[in-house]
Design a protein around this ligand. Structure first.
Ligand SMILES: *Cc1c(COP(=O)(O)O)cnc(C)c1O
Length: 220
């Protein structure tokens, strides 16, 4: 098993190369190390070699793992990348620095309420179901303008758009589409690209890539 330092260095080489190909600056792409299912000591090893932004996909798992890490490493950021139930919105706002899965008006209202109650503004990415898949999180493409309007009316700080393209087919058209949607709606952030496709995503404008397996190894 390769060390955290080696895995991170290999990943950074690939990110740097993709940035050069796309004529983009490395600093324009935030690496989110997705630590779901991996224990706190694996997170710690990556913090020690320089990772500063992490992602979790479940509020409960993050609540178990992160409070102590947060205390010990105050400079580290934590993003929620997985689906969020409205009844967990307050927990999510309390724990995370960004939410990548805002995908419906009812959730926007719960998040806005939680932010007001806790006096904490958490930037949100609106997740778009770019492949129009039954089972997938993300708002329908047709519903995006209405959801953005609602989020703006609720004064939710909008970081950008997020997508998880359909599994097993070429992701490039979906990344290009999310990039266009972001531009059309005046949004900066594009949260797209995972271990298998982050280079393509960087080429097509990703500002936040969410990488788990390539940094932590398999999830078993
Ligand atoms: C798990 C997960 C990732 C990371 O996936 P890898 O293929 O392990 O890099 C990215 N985004 C979301 C939403 C995830 O749930």
């Amino acid at each position: 098993m390769e060390s955290a330092a080696t895995l991170l260095a290999e990943l950074e080489d690939r990110i740097a190369h993709a940035c050069r190909v796309a004529q983009r600056e490395r600093g324009d792409v935030t690496l989110i190390a997705v630590s779901k299912t991996h224990p706190a000591d694996a997170v710690e090893r990556l913090i020690e070699v320089g990772c500063r932004v992490f992602g979790e996909n479940r509020v409960q798992e993050a609540q178990a793992k992160w409070p102590e890490l947060r205390e010990r490493f105050p400079g580290v950021q934590l993003h929620l990348v997985g689906q969020l139930q409205s009844n967990k919105a307050e927990d999510a706002v309390a724990l995370f620095d960004a939410i990548h899965s805002l995908d419906r008006p009812s959730l926007a209202r719960s998040i806005a309420q939680a932010m007001q109650k806790l006096g904490k503004a958490v930037p949100c990415f609106v997740q778009v179901n770019v492949g129009n898949e039954e089972q997938k999180g993300g708002c329908a493409i047709a519903d995006l303008p209405g959801l953005l309007a609602e989020a703006r009316a609720l004064e939710i700080p909008l970081a950008g758009l997020m997508c998880v393209p359909p599994f097993g087919i070429e992701p490039a058209p979906f990344f290009a589409f999310l990039d266009k949607l972001s531009r059309d709606n005046g949004l900066e952030g594009r949260s797209m690209g995972m271990s298998g496709d982050f280079e393509t995503a960087i080429t097509l404008g990703a500002t936040h890539i969410r990488v788990g397996t390539a940094l932590f190894g398999g999830r078993g």
